[in-house]
Design a protein around this ligand. Structure first.
Ligand code: NAX
Ligand code: ADP
Length: 543
């Protein structure tokens, strides 16, 4: 069997199969194998990984549900029993099934388990070295309650090693929604062994937190491409678009690498505080990510008389600070990319219509998205962009996505893949729905779920950095011919991946990440260990 650790980064691209595709996969695999062989393999795989996680375990507790997930758990329990009985250890099994509704493989597993001397219990043993969660896998279809919920809560509260079979019980396999009414608890010793296929829900929404360390075993069921059910989504685990290092481009000049225009950053005035920092963050990110020339098109506050216009960015004097209206003509040039919205405030109304109509490549973030959600005329202008051959990327966080969809954040988070795809199909543009397991969707293509990133990114300004980075990547794409939708999706997903890598490779001795420190870590393909080492060194000098 081929056990594989799915590190969230860096990992290869992987197809993700939803419940329907997994069931089709399982049916094809079952056709080729003797009865019960697949579950036998699953039980063995669970046992082996458990033994690797907790090699010295002597007290193992296995919680099994009434479906095939529980069957896998029962067969794993039998293998543990064979290991522990001779050395005085113990395996306790809690089984929640009902005999008259057992699927055939699980029925067979129950028969094997009953004949093997396991201890059956309705209470969790007081002390265990390893718990195996085999309550629900892909069969979970509604929020658990009653006895099952009690065990899920118990498994969540445990602090020792827990191994979840196929999926953590309580997680929706397709959507990554935690269905149990009891909260998810952090446990650094939680592992999940995905069987047969990787499911999308393991990688987005609450999936990554619920799953912990993720492992995968296809149980030797690989199918020829022509027979494999199509994936519902892809895990975007590494950079796909290799770029030639700049140093080999001897004929290069700054004009080759596009103009990046960051339009936003409303200035403070007598009535309102400013949001200039957001635009500056995006611009710095764009500069470090390789855009040729970076302009910041600032917007006046509502009471323009009091505005204080900064002359330049003292930390990044390469940035060219202008008023947004001064950049109007430049924004229309074929090699210009505009990123609009970072800290834009109400003043965006003055520049957004022109950008929507004329910018050849446009990234819309934050306030630009909120403005479009409010104004039907701008929605129409956005819809016309695709027809006109203009490229657009939307980068909403869940609340911004909810405003665009006319719903609420909870609905978006319940089905992030669907929310992102609906936006992409509606506006015919690439959409990045941000958050844990950011989704990059494009019209008519399977979405890509980002494999990188972590909770360090949950701090103000990291989204502005992402918008600037995407803008820079668009600047570097050839301008002569239109970018085809799949290539645009990959380009944007690469940028999202690089952004998350900065957080994943953040020095371990730095407990927090500041958005302002991110731009310097953005090279081609993400932060390099070299840059991270510099950061670490700077820290050491300062202390
Ligand atoms: N058939 C086989 O040989 C194999 C099966 N596999 C395992 O089988 C799993 C799928 O098995 P099943 O389709 O039986 O599904 P599950 O075992 O995940 O769960 C289905 C059972 O749970 C019940 N149920 C669903 N939601 C509930 C709720 N909220 N409260 C209470 N009961 C609820 C269902 O009525 C059904 O009895 C996979 O996740 C995987 O672990 C794989 O290991 C591959 C091998
Ligand atoms: N828990 C998390 N795990 C992974 N990525 C996260 C998490 N929280 C936030 N992020 C990422 O951080 C960025 C935050 O963007 P956004 O919400 O727009 O913030 P801001 O507007 O303050 O810049 C996004 O790229 C998002 O995907």
């Amino acid at each position: 069997m081929s056990l594989r650790r799915i590190a969230h980064q860096p990992s290869p691209h992987a197809p993700l199969h939803d419940v329907a595709a997994t069931r089709a996969w399982e049916a094809r695999a079952q056709d080729r194998l003797p009865p019960h062989a697949l579950m036998q393999r699953a039980g063995e795989a669970v046992y082996r990984l458990g033994a690797a996680i907790a090699p010295h375990a002597r007290r193992v507790w296995v919680v099994c549900g009434g479906g095939n997930n529980g069957g896998d758990g029962l067969l794993a329990a039998v293998r543990w029993q064979q290991r522990l009985q001779p050395i005085g250890g113990e395996v306790a099994v809690t089984w929640l099934g009902s005999e008259d509704r057992l699927p055939p493989d699980a029925r067979h597993a129950l028969g094997v388990a009953r004949g093997s001397g396991l201890r059956w219990t309705d209470e969790p043993p007081p002390q265990t070295d390893l718990a195996i969660d085999a309550l629900f896998g892909i069969g979970l279809r509604r929020p658990p309650h009653g006895e099952a919920l009690r065990w899920i809560a118990h498994l969540q509260e445990r602090s020792g090693p827990v191994l979840c079979v196929d999926l953590p019980s309580g997680l929706d396999a397709d959507r990554g929604e935690w269905l149990a009414p009891t909260p998810l608890q952090a446990n650094p010793q939680r592992h999940t062994l995905a069987l047969l296929t990787l499911k999308p829900g393991l990688f987005t929404g609450q999936g990554r937190e619920a799953a912990g360390h993720l492992w995968f075993d296809d149980l030797d069921t690989s199918l020829p491409d022509a027979e494999a059910p199509p994936p519902a989504a892809w895990l975007h685990g590494q950079t796909v678009l290799a770029e030639a290092p700049r140093r080999w481009q001897h004929g290069a000049h700054k004009g080759r690498h596009g103009n990046l225009l960051i339009v936003g950053g409303q200035l403070p005035d007598a009535r309102q505080p400013g949001m200039t920092g957001a635009a500056v963050l995006a611009a710095r990110a764009g500069l470090h990510a390789g855009a040729g020339r970076v302009y910041v098109g600032l917007l006046p506050g509502p009471d323009a008389t009091g505005a204080a216009w900064p002359a330049f960015d003292p930390l990044q004097p390469e940035l060219m600070l202008r008023s947004a209206t001064q950049l109007r003509d430049l924004a229309r040039e074929p090699d210009s990319v505009s990123v609009c919205g970072c800290g834009g405030g109400q003043a965006l109304a003055a520049v957004l219509p022109d950008l929507l109509t004329h910018s050849p490549r446009l990234v819309l973030d934050a306030d630009a998205l909120n403005a479009i959600a409010r104004e039907p005329r701008w929605q129409q202008a956005l819809a016309r962009r695709a027809e006109a051959g203009l490229h657009t990327v939307l980068t909403p966080h869940p609340l911004e996505a909810a405003r665009l969809l006319g719903t609420d954040t909870m609905q978006v988070q319940r089905d992030r893949l669907r929310a992102a795809q609906t936006l992409a199909d509606t506006w015919r543009c690439v959409v990045v729905l941000k958050g844990s397991g950011s989704i990059t969707a494009a019209p008519g293509l399977p979405p890509r779920i980002n494999a990188s990133g972590n909770g360090l990114l949950a701090t103000a300004g990291t989204g502005d950095v992402l918008a600037g980075l995407i803008g820079a990547r668009l600047c570097l794409a050839p301008t002569r011919s239109p970018i085809d939708p799949a290539a645009l999706q990959a380009l944007v997903a690469d940028a999202v991946y690089a952004h998350g890598r900065v957080a994943d490779t953040w020095p371990a001795n730095r407990l927090t990440l500041c958005a302002g420190d991110m731009p310097a870590c953005l090279g081609q393909g993400g932060s390099s260990d070299h840059q991270q080492a510099d950061l670490q060194q700077n820290d050491e000098h300062q202390h």
